[in-house]
Ligand binder design. Structure first.
Ligand code: CTP
Length: 297
């Protein structure tokens, strides 16, 4: 009889500040390199020391990372760089086989590679960074959204600029347009949506719960409401409103994230079974029938 193979455990760390689908895609790829994914969420103090203060505090970043369906365990308060001591802990206490990071250079303030030791130990693997999204880019879109507003808008602008001008190599650009058009460099492909999907429909007896919304800038509050909604039944279907619907109700500068970006963030959440990409504002009789909806959250 074949002996049962020990699961391959992989470790990915990061700040996961203003969590977006690029982070989720990194976690998805990391999980695919093993059987179990352990994620180290870097402490506020370590982020501040290495690239300036984070926008979202540690407890919120932990909620966001834990909610991603590819994450098995979370190590809170992880160090920014993999030190000799921390690497020993990962290998000996946490049974980690590989340390994983995106293919972007991750340099410490002194210019050295944060993953040098892991690479030297032959325990480093790389995943492809997701193009078209970053926290810096999202802040740029938010600046565009507040730019034309009054004094309070200017204050928001200034504080966002201040928070993000330090330690981020990328220059913040607000797109240079005042027409309200957002600059997203994201190209939605059917493959990416399939990669994020569960690929399973509800069982014949399932109680299907429906919840809809904009789910713009997916945050801890969204995670909590999706968790509660899922708890009401067996299958959670989430309707994501179109960009036009969101603009009509929240103003020309919203949403910050477009329909496909919002759909990916929701799909990555462990409480979600399926999404409707572009749901109507009002639930129609047809929808109730064709999706066999029986509970509305
Ligand atoms: N990552 C990625 N694609 C992105 C952004 C991040 O694959 N568009 C990956 C990083 O390479 C890293 C992990 O997500 O392995 C955690 O990222 P984080 O430490 O938060 O890094 P940043 O690169 O600072 O992310 P951002 O620029 O969006 O703040």
């Amino acid at each position: 009889k074949k002996k049962k193979r020990r699961p391959v455990r992989v470790y990915m760390d990061g700040c996961f500040d203003m969590m977006h689908y690029g982070h989720c895609n990194a976690l998805r790829q990391a999980r695919a390199l093993g059987d179990q994914l352990v994620v180290g969420v870097v402490s506020d103090a370590e982020i501040t020391a290495n690239k300036g203060p984070p926008v979202t505090p540690l407890h919120e970043r932990i909620i966001m990372v834990s909610a991603v369906k590819w994450v098995d365990e979370v190590i809170p308060d992880a160090p920014y760089a993999i030190t000799e001591e921390f690497m020993k802990k990962l290998f000996n206490e946490c049974d980690i086989d590989y340390i994983i990071h995106g293919d972007d250079p991750c340099l410490l303030p002194d210019g050295t590679d944060a993953y040098a030791l892991a690479k030297k130990a032959g325990r480093y693997k790389q995943i492809k960074r997701t193009e078209g999204v970053s926290s810096t880019d999202i802040v740029g879109r938010m600046l565009l959204c507040v730019r034309d507003r009054s004094v309070s808008g200017n204050q928001t602008h200034a504080s966002l600029q201040r928070q993000f001008s330090h330690g981020h190599s990328q220059k913040i650009e607000d797109g240079g347009s005042s027409s309200g058009t957002r600059v997203s460099h994201f190209l939605p492909t059917s493959r990416r949506i399939v990669q994020f999907s569960n690929g399973k429909g509800p069982g014949p007896q399932a109680r299907i719960v429906y919840i809809d919304g904009a789910f713009d800038l997916f945050h801890a509050g969204h995670v909590e409401i999706l968790r509660l909604a899922r708890g009401l039944g067996d299958f959670l279907l989430v309707g994501i409103h179109t960009d036009q619907t969101v603009s009509a109700h929240r103003g020309a500068h919203r949403p910050i994230m477009n329909l496909h970006e919002r759909s990916l963030s929701v799909l990555a959440c462990r409480y979600v079974d399926e999404v409707i990409i572009g749901a109507p504002w009002e639930v129609s009789k047809d929808m109730v029938r064709s999706f066999s909806l029986n509970l509305f959250a």
